[in-house]
Each structure stands twice: as C-alpha cells, then as structure tokens.
Design a protein around this ligand. Structure first.
Ligand code: BGC
Length: 244
C-alpha cells in the first residue's frame, strides 16, 4: 500500500510517499518551513500544501513533536500551546480530505527503525533518541514499542534534559561538538542507570553527523545512528497509517 509520511518538526514540515511493504520512497522529499507561531490553523494549512504538492488522496501518517493519544495532542513543549487537547488527526483530515494517523514523532522514527533499520530483529531494550529542537524518545523491548515516553523531559540539573542536551541548545549556545557530546553522554549515562538499555539509536538530523561526536561518548552501551537517518520519522509515520 502507498502511504504519505510526514514529519512535523520544529523547523520544517517534510514528507514523501512510500510503499509501506518495502519502505521504498515513491517521490522526492518535500519540505515546507514550519510556520511561526506553529498554531493548529497555521500548521494544518502547511500540511494541506504538502498533500497538494503530491496530489495525495490516500492515507497519511504524521509524526508530531508531542505526546499524542488517539490523535489528540497532550503536550506542547516546542509548539504552540493552543495544540493541547486538539484532535490533530481530525484537523488534518478536514484540511486535506485524507484519512490521517497522527503519532509522536519519536515513536514514528522508532517504528521505522524497528521495521527496516538499526532496530530490526533486535532483542532486549532499545532506546531511540531523536535529537533536534527537543529530545524525543522511544523504547522498545524485544521489538515491542512503548508509546509516548517523554524522557527528554526527565528533570535534569534543575531543568529538563532537552534544555541541556538537545541540538537546538548546541546551536544556541554555540557549543563545540566535544562540549555538546559531553552533555549528551551524561544524559545517555543517566538513562542507562534508569533503564539498562542494550542499545541506543540516535535519530533526527544529528544522526548524519555522528562522526563529529561519537568519539566523545563514553557510555557503556553501544550507540548507533538511525539507519534511515532523519527520514526515519517520515517512513515510520507512513507505516503507522498503513492500516487506515
Ligand atoms: C516532545 C516530544 C517529542 C520531542 C522531539 C519533545 O519536546 O515533548 O514529544 O518527541 O520533543 O520532537
């Protein structure tokens, strides 16, 4: 089945259609800048632009940067607070005329990596972390995914972890890779003490830059990049919508 996958991120809304059986991309990725403020109305308009670009009429999956239960947005750390309580799936369906599945963006990336990437056939506890505007997390055990974990929001050093070790913080504070990696490594060690994972998978844009910082990671658990790199969220969102 052909499904359109979309990833709604802090800086861009991007997507492409895939064949959900093989994961194969059916068209070039298309990106629209995230509107500011990213209110429900403004984002729905951009999502409609994206479906129109592909002249899409079929099912759509959308990874969303918040906890999402049954299509309803529950948190809004890096998006407009107006989202809380909104049924994003219903809103996007109405704006586009297509059936929508909306899920947490890290859960989407996790689904893709479990199916086609670094988590395929992996036993034990795997934690995937998307590093971008925030820190998104997903945990799977023996291939079973636990949705809506928010480990980017664990309290850390008097604040929350994503305000200490996200890629946005690295850029904002102009941290050298070594400095940022030391922070991220602390975070990985902290998660290790809490969850004893067998593997960390790093997703988001930073997964393409692992060579810049992997040598500084001392955590005693293997750390690998998402094999689908920053397309994992798009592919996983499409997979989640394949049964619509
Ligand atoms: C949100 C998560 C999301 C992550 C990455 C966090 O601020 O709370 O739900 O997965 O950012 O976008």
């Amino acid at each position: 089945m052909d499904v359109l996958g979309i990833d709604f991120g802090g800086s861009g809304i991007k997507g492409f259609p895939i064949n959900a059986e093989t994961g194969e991309a059916l068209a070039e990725r298309y990106r629209i800048a995230t509107p500011n403020p990213a209110t429900p109305k403004a984002v729905a308009k951009k999502i409609a632009e994206l479906t129109a670009h592909f002249q899409w009429k079929g099912p759509v999956g959308c990874g969303f940067p918040a906890a999402v239960k049954a299509g309803v947005v529950r948190t809004a750390a890096n998006i407009d607070k107006e989202w809380i309580g909104k049924d994003a799936a219903a809103l996007f369906s109405e704006a586009t005329g297509c059936p929508f599945k909306v899920l947490n963006d890290a859960d989407a990336a996790g689904l893709a990596e479990l199916t086609f990437g670094a988590g395929k056939n992996r036993q034990g506890v795997v934690i995937l972390i998307t590093v971008g505007t925030g820190l998104g997390t997903v945990v799977f055990n023996d291939g079973h995914l636990l949705p809506n974990t928010e480990f980017g929001h664990v309290e850390y050093k008097g604040d929350i972890a994503e305000r200490y070790a996200s890629d946005a913080v690295r850029k904002r504070d102009e941290l050298k890779w070594k400095e940022w990696a030391a922070r991220f490594d602390e975070y990985l060690c902290y998660l290790t003490k809490l969850f004893y994972p067998d593997l960390f998978i790093i997703g988001g844009g930073i997964s393409k830059k692992m060579d810049k910082f992997s040598e500084y990671l001392k955590v005693n658990v293997p750390v690998v990049p998402a094999e689908l790199k920053n397309n994992a969220g798009i592919v996983g969102a499409a997979l989640a919508a394949a049964n619509l």
